[in-house]
Design a protein around this ligand. Structure first.
Ligand code: NAD
Ligand code: TDX
Length: 342
């Protein structure tokens, strides 16, 4: 089959493209990506050599351009990763989040209906459920947990999820949704916690931890997320939502200390800075449904995944050094220059 993957020049989308090209030699993968600050064509260098892969630089909000690609490629399936994905940026300037994450999703679904796509998959996030209190470790997000968002980013992702549900029920779009916890691994953009801390520690720069660093995230190695989406796409039930996570909760401060230890850097690099506005306390996914219905289980333990990730950043310095030496430097100064040391 032919699968359209949007946002494939970003972190998870690129990992998914490599996963599909490796595990489904019979399939053709077509990537649509606008190449925003977060998209990097060099990430797809190897894929571009594969005759089963094609790339189009396009904004998913550009209806005419998207329809033209569907007309030409006649996809069987669509996986929509394309999004503005960074919470801090959504707090600075929400508008592009609403445009890409909501209206872009609508265009992709309209195109899927118009061209008779057999399966549409929406890549969503655990952030749509809001957060959990630190003193209730017995609570987890299930697919029935009500949507209760905190940031413009999570609100835009939740809006898209509601639209997907509406398109499925009203227009019969054969859609599924996955809501995953925090990913980490190769090609993770260095504005996010783990790659930012690795890159800063390697350059002996301060490690900016928001607030007290007590917030908890549930970390999943990116390849495990890709295997979950692959299963849902091929065997999931239309109309269903699947939570994806690996029961791997960690406090931010513990992750940062672990990175210092692994890189042989002093903890004195850690700097506590002004907290994120509306900062979610804890995310924790209950992945029982995808395990029960599709037999999915994560394969990578956090200790191994972090080891592999650090190794990747050590051996791919050019990839992230190019990013942090470019336009990203202005973002960093704007975002962290204004944060007070606590
Ligand atoms: P990313 O920011 O690394 O990549 C996003 C990609 O989308 C980039 O290549 C960018 O160029 C592209 N893009 C942005 N706007 C576009 C537009 N208008 N048209 C076409 N392409 C556009 O993001 P990521 O971390 O890989 O996340 C991918 C998806 O997974 C997102 O939908 C995100 O909400 C979701 N998600 C991410 C995580 C995580 O931990 N990173 C966890 C759960 C869900
Ligand atoms: O410099 C930092 N210091 C810090 O303490 C950064 C960048 C982050 N943090 C904290 C904030 C969060 O508690 O670390 C935690 C993780 O932050 P991010 O890497 O920005 O991820 P998060 O906000 O949890 O959102 C991520 O997971 C869910 C992705 O970016 C989203 O796209 C996904 O939906």
């Amino acid at each position: 089959m032919t699968i359209i993957v949007t946002g494939g020049a970003g972190f998870i989308g690129s990992n998914f493209i490599y996963f599909e090209l490796k595990n489904h030699l019979e399939d053709r993968v077509v990537c649509l990506d606008k190449l925003t600050y977060a998209g990097n064509l060099s990430t797809l260098e190897e894929a571009l050599k594969n005759p089963n892969f094609a790339f189009y630089k396009v904004d998913i909000c550009d209806r005419a351009a998207v329809y033209e690609i569907f007309e030409k490629e006649r996809p069987d399936a669509v996986v929509n990763f394309a999004a503005e994905s960074h919470v801090d940026r959504s707090i600075e300037d929400p508008e592009i989040f609403l445009r890409t994450n909501i209206l872009g999703t609508q265009v992709m679904m309209d195109a899927s209906l118009k061209y008779g796509v057999k399966r549409y998959h929406q890549v969503s996030t655990d952030e749509v459920y809001g957060d959990l209190p630190l003193d209730r470790p017995d609570l987890f997000f299930t697919e029935e947990t009500p949507i209760h968002t905190s940031s413009p980013y999570s609100a835009s992702k939740a809006s898209a999820d509601l639209l997907v549900g509406a398109y499925q029920r009203t227009f019969g779009l054969p859609a599924t949704i996955s809501r995953c916890s925090n990913n980490y691994g190769p090609y993770h953009f260095p504005e996010k916690l783990i790659p930012l801390m690795i890159a800063n520690a390697l350059s002996d720069k301060p490690l900016p931890v928001y607030g007290k660093g007590e917030n908890v995230r549930d970390w999943l190695y990116v390849e495990d997320h890709c295997s979950a989406i692959d299963l849902i796409l091929r065997r999931g039930t239309v109309g269903e939502i699947y939570n994806v996570g690996g029961h791997n909760e960690m406090r931010n401060i513990d992750i940062v200390k672990l990175i210092c230890r692994k890189l042989g850097k002093p903890e004195s690099l850690i700097t506590f800075v002004t907290d994120r506005k509306g900062h979610d306390m804890r995310y924790a996914i209950d992945p029982a449904k995808i395990n029960r219905e599709l037999g999915w289980l994560p394969k990578t333990k956090f200790a191994d995944g972090l080891e592999k990730t650090i190794e990747w950043y050590l051996t791919h310095r050019e990839w992230w050094e190019t990013i942090i030496s470019g336009e990203y430097r202005n973002y960093y100064e704007k975002m962290y220059g204004g944060r007070e040391e606590l």
